[in-house]
Design a protein around this ligand. Sequence first.
Ligand code: MG
Ligand code: MG
Length: 619
Amino acid sequence: MKNASIATVSLSGALDEKLKAIAGAGFAAVEVFEADFLSFNGSPRDVGAMCADLGLKISAFQPFRDFEGMPEPQRARNFDRALRKFDLMRELGAELLLICSNVSPAALGGVDRAAEDFRALGRLAAERGLKVGFEALAWGRHIADYRDAWEVVRRANHPAVGLILDSFHVLARATPLEAIRAIPADRVFLVQLADAPRLDLDPLSWSRHFRCFPGQGELPVTEFMQAVAATGYSGALSLEIFNDQFRAGSAVRVARDGMRSLLALDDRLGVAPLPPRVATQGVAFVELAVDEPAAQDLGVLLRGLGFCRTGRHRSKAVDRWSQGSINVVVNCESDGFAHSHYITHGPGVCAIGVETADVNGTVTRAQSLGATSFRQSVAPGELEIPAIGGVGGSLLYFLERKGPLGEVWRREFSAIDEPPRRGLLSRVDHVAQSMPYDEMLSWLLFYESIFDLKREPQLDIADPAGLVQSQALAGADDSLRFVLNGSSATRTLSARFLSEFFGSGVQHVALATADIFAATAQMRANGLALLDIPANYYDDLEAKYGFEPTTIAAMRGHGILYDRNESGEFFHTYTHMFADRFFFEIVERRNYRGFGAVNAPIRLAAQTRELRPTAFLHL
Ligand code: MG
Ligand code: MG
């Protein structure tokens, strides 16, 4: 993107590291934050040369505060201060100084006074080949609205004085967007973009800590950009994100996310359309990377759940287990991707196969959005299943019903057992992934920009050792659902998973049944033990809902949890953890769309009791 820019304040690290990450992600320009510059051990010329070497233009130098409408002697001092910044900017190679609206109690106000100050500063800037841009902060003392800032710029009436529009400041106050359309494009010197979740906070704290990339929050950034586009503005679009998580995370990942958010925004605006989002049609398979002993144990668990071993890969140590439309691939290969995943993470889910209506379209869109594609060498006659890198170094494979990819099981696997005609489990209901909280926004953007998935409301889940944020994403027909659990506490089960698993990954896979009572009775008969839920839970449930004694007895017996809302009911139960890492959930939905979050603390407490105590204590 030729006009993609990002502010150095958005990323973690030292200035040189930030610039490298920004250039590496494909940005054309960078806004240099004064604090990043001051803390860097290099001259303005060094920084300018570094930007030039990396192919980065400097879209702005910022911020310059509390300038307009001051009484003397502050006014004169402000002009001296500005001249020193101008000298610095010339060495740096920055043309535009960002001036944000005055918040000082000493500021006098008055549009004409401010315009007069800007005209005078514009003259000084122009003499040096520089420009100044005026941005209304949502909490500015006299100017907090872009329409007032524009009036100042208009009355300053100097070619070196222009307007800076920041989506956060405009949208945080719900300022009408219409007036943007009437501003001449050449009077807009810079457009800054930031989204944010809707929070009941004062604008200053909201802006300083919770900004995020367009598409990650809930503000109408697309509508803002439509108004900007109507002016004909074609200058830099600069991401300016103050966010504690971003500054705690990897600069490379955050820069790449920023570029992905701009590409997705251009797609939404129709400026640079990508191949359309392809409808997902379900989970084609879940692949587990294990060694031989773990494969034996996993086989016992899968048989207990009612799976049959239906296929053996023709050339690899890979088995297929099936039930209903569910396929579990157990990979024991001693080289290749699954093995390296096993070496890094231990036994666990290394890949998810997603069925889509159009594999080519899905992969092309994912690649256009900067996803890493993955290829693994295949034996002659074997299919190459297209894949991209997913959460925590796992893979997302893509399958479709038509063509050779629709025949993967028949072509690559020799049949062993006949699949049961009527499995008690029918399909994958959802896949739950755990990640550190600072990665959660990153994976949300990944899933939402690539796939046709929509966000469900975010939930806070009380883990015995802290809070976990849970965010579900679902396709239009619920055929594919991901639940992302982000934890910043260090002792939650999610966090413990992250440390045991050495990173983010799939923590559980939920399997749907039409009759959880029949399914769990069958599992019990197969010798499978389910997670133990305390008697107190059932006493409470009985008192609350007045279940039949036989129903509550069956629920007690199989550790079945329950939730009910306006629309329906939800029954679910869990297996014990496998290798202390992941587990299966069995769910029966009766016109219910949630995930039983109300029961998560019960489940988490039960799982926490089962953990190896030593492993838990030394966390
Ligand atoms: Mg700004
Ligand atoms: Mg679940």
